[in-house]
Write a protein that binds this ligand. Structure first.
Ligand code: GLN
Length: 299
């Protein structure tokens, strides 16, 4: 921005210049991101921009806007800049220690709510469902299910969630408080510290092959936690553990729900089948890509 320090800054001018800067930096949704940052730093909403384009922005707010804008121009994710993001209509605190909750993962949650709702009608033997979320990150899966599954299944839900990262767990615990849910968090490298069995196991593990991680967009590769993305050589490392060790922690007839990469719709079911899982199904996301797998552990 090439203005003199004592110039007055009008809201719409800031928006125009800010969005042009983001566009030049190659930010995909430059106008949206600029509007969000303007609202976040200066309290100027989209409606304000239309109704009061000449509103003067105080120097201090303008500087705040510019500093966030410059970070965004360097591809720092919008979600980390504003520190909070919505998942399943619920607020989640996010920071670089956790993966940003994705819309694709909402497909997994909706599927679980639908299937476990049905399951309850079909086989109504238990009063309480024990649920484990493996690699919980921000806690978005465990927390949204802990909040929504009781009403959908007609049962009490006892939710636990694990992660290897202390920092991720701290964020997940903050999110548990923020959403007034009752998830119990466990610091554990996969199943190392787990000694009970569950009716439902869910996981969105790191599933990107190591050599693919480097080629991901700057927002992801430079800012999101590598540990939450990297699924080792072929991207299937954690699915093998989930199948092999996860089955030891599923009750008879327990259900395993996984998010998978778009090209893992054949390999992950194969791994599950080898470990004795049955009724394996694959579900697509909004873009038509394979995205979720459901399997039953017959016991
Ligand atoms: N469970 C979290 C999510 O779905 C984190 C997943 C991960 O770290 N791979 O966003």
């Amino acid at each position: 921005m090439s203005r003199k320090a004592n110039d007055l800054y009008k809201a719409y001018d800031l928006y125009k210049e800010g969005s042009a800067l983001l566009k030049k930096a190659g930010i995909t949704d430059w106008e949206y991101d600029c509007r969000v940052l303007l609202e976040w730093t200066c309290g100027v909403s989209r409606m304000d921009l239309l109704l009061e384009p000449d509103k003067e922005i105080p120097e201090e707010q303008k500087n705040r806007f510019l500093s966030y804008l410059n970070k965004r121009a360097l591809h720092e994710p919008l979600q980390y800049l504003i520190g909070e993001w919505e998942f399943m209509g619920m607020p989640f605190k996010v920071n670089p220690s956790v993966l940003i909750p994705r819309q694709d993962t909402e497909v997994l949650i909706e599927w679980i709510l639908e299937r476990e709702g049905k399951h309850c009608v079909e086989t109504d033997e238990k009063q309480e469902l024990k649920l484990l979320d493996v690699c919980t990150g921000s806690g978005c899966i465990a927390i949204s299910l802990d909040s929504m599954l009781p009403a959908r299944s007609g049962k009490r839900v006892n939710t636990e969630a694990l992660d290897i990262s202390k920092d991720a767990l701290q964020t997940a615990m903050d999110n548990n408080i923020l959403n007034q849910t009752h998830v119990n968090f466990i610091e554990s490298n996969m199943f190392e510290k787990i000694d009970r069995t569950y009716d439902i196991m869910v996981s969105n593990p790191p599933y990107i092959p190591t050599e693919v991680v480097e080629g991901l967009m700057a927002e992801v590769v430079q800012f999101e936690p590598r540990i939450a993305l990297d699924g080792m050589e072929d991207g299937l490392f954690f699915y093998r553990i989930l199948a092999k060790d996860g089955r030891k922690h599923l009750s008879k007839g327990g259900r395993l729900y996984l998010e998978i990469g778009h090209d893992q719709g054949r390999t992950v079911p194969e791994i599950l089948q080898k470990e004795g899982f049955s009724e394996i199904e694959v579900k697509k996301d909004f873009a038509g890509n394979d995205r979720c797998v459901r399997a039953v552990f017959p016991g």
